[in-house]
Design a protein around this ligand. Sequence first.
Ligand code: ATP
Length: 364
Amino acid sequence: MTREYTIVTLPGDGIGPEVMRETTRVMEAVADACSLSLNLQRREAGASHYRDHGVALPDSVLQDCLDADAVILSAIGLPDVRKSDGTEVQPDMMVGLRRAMKLHSAVRPVRLYPGVESCLRTAEKGIDFIILRENLEGLFASYGGGCRVGDAVATDTMVITRQGSLDVCRYAFHLAEKRKGRPSDGKRIVTCVDKANIFRSLAFFREIFFEVAAEHPNIEAEATYVDAMSLYMVQNPSNYDVVVTENQFGDILSDLGAGIVGGLGMGPSAEVGEHHGLFQPSHGTAPQIADQNIANPMATILSASMMFDWLGDRHSDDDCFKAASLIEDAVISVLEAGSVRTADIGGSSSTTEVTDAILSALQS
Ligand code: ATP
């Protein structure tokens, strides 16, 4: 019997509702093509919800996210919607969701698709790696805490636990097992990025990384410092396969990664734990281009592809794997054809036209 998947969709703010509308069309089409049964449940949360109702993430929506098979979110936050302390609602809501859903790993693919131009001259051997960001601790463990003593001093603390490091390092090797290796020579390799020469916490992270690496002798393991990594990502991006790192480092490096493969409109992401998965583009709400039907929907559509791949893994469901690759192949064929693309990657098509092209590639 076909399994039904309950997917909560959170359109959010800014360009979020537009790119979610298009992604929903793609999810529905691919479900038809793969005989998948999807129960899509649209829920309202985010900055506009906070403005209208005083709460960004209602308890009932959080519960629906916990009960669903997966959650897909587009973007949260509006610059002029602030809490009484002047901060935006986005960090509260996202850190809250990550903690409640125990999403220990954030998977950020850095892939230069055919037909997309990189700003790097060093891109000719191809760019296709994953930045795996530890998602619950590191410097973000301090979120909502931290300490300030008057006008004199303020601190936030880096927290690295054995369990958190094991979770993300194991997931890094799991991903490396599934991949085809780095573009430069096909070698399967996991790179630990840290600052183990300076901080005890990150030396501990590196130690645990090599413990996990020892359980995977078929995959090479190496470690490098985060400052050097930001240089290597520009000089030799084709040398990387899976990169695993602390939360804040991953946050910074993944924007650099998006920058070398066509920008934020091309960057999908997955946040996963033992029991839950949340999928979202790496871009934010881009309020300057909201409501104009010009945002690039590909990052969110590719996030849906990552969602189907994760569901396939989790439920050993070949139909989900098929849905994932159908979506990615359709996006690739539109990019390769070259004539339909949004302005951020050098075209002049609308959000809807890009989705129409993806849907017709999917059907053919
Ligand atoms: P937020 O505060 O929600 O992070 P932001 O505008 O500061 O919003 P992003 O939304 O991440 O940050 O985007 C930065 C810029 O990148 C945008 O102003 C926009 O020009 C571009 N951009 C981001 N996402 C897209 C997209 N999907 N399509 C086209 N351009 C995009």
